[in-house]
Unconditional design. Structure first.
Length: 193
């Protein structure tokens, strides 16, 4: 039996993906043109809550998909990525910890996030796309994260120190790529009768 979703769920996946693409493009271009501007803390919190709602919904859809097909490692990897994203967003928007503790926790969450993504990509390539409709789109989603990793690690090495912020904002725009494939996922998965 094949994994199916309702038409409403498909529409919410497409809406969430579209919002996240728009979010990444607007935020990336805003800071690229305005430079390192300090936003109002309330604005940042609201912005991140809205982001996490849409992002979390997409990740939970993937978890549900993997649970349906009993692909535990993939489900745990996606759940880990979601938890690390939430933790990093919370730490970035609170002043509970001093700077050293916050940086240490952010570094640890980023390392765990990267490891979970690598595990996700490896196990996605071990699954047969013929057996799981929609898995190819999730595979493309995971691969779509790679340009962000590669460019984020290499661009600062080749850019003058005073231009690093602008260059990294352009790198952030590559985060819109994976969400194109979540729309593709929604279109490929069968609808409930």
């Amino acid at each position: 039996m094949e994994y199916t979703i309702s038409k409403t769920k498909r529409n919410i996946i497409i809406l969430s993906s579209s919002f996240l693409i728009l979010y990444v493009l607007v935020i990336g271009l805003f800071f690229f043109y305005k430079g390192p501007t300090q936003l109002d803390p309330t604005q940042l919190v609201i912005q991140n809550i809205i982001y996490i709602i849409f992002y979390g919904y997409l990740m939970l859809v993937f978890v549900d998909f993997f649970r349906y097909y009993k692909l535990k490692v993939l489900g745990i990897s996606i759940l880990t990525i979601l938890i690390m994203e939430v933790i990093s967003r919370v730490i970035q928007n609170t002043n509970i910890l001093d700077l050293t503790e916050a940086r240490t926790i952010l570094f640890a969450t980023n390392v765990i996030w990267i490891i979970a993504t690598i595990i996700l990509v490896i196990f996605l390539f071990q699954t047969k796309k013929e057996e799981y409709p929609g898995i190819l789109s999730i595979r493309k989603y995971a691969i779509g994260m790679i340009p962000f990793f590669v460019l984020g690690a290499t661009v600062p090495l080749f850019v003058k120190p005073d231009n690093v912020f602008a260059a990294l904002q352009l790198v952030v725009l590559t985060l819109a790529i994976p969400y194109i494939f979540t729309i593709d996922f929604a279109m490929k998965v069968s609808l409930k009768e």
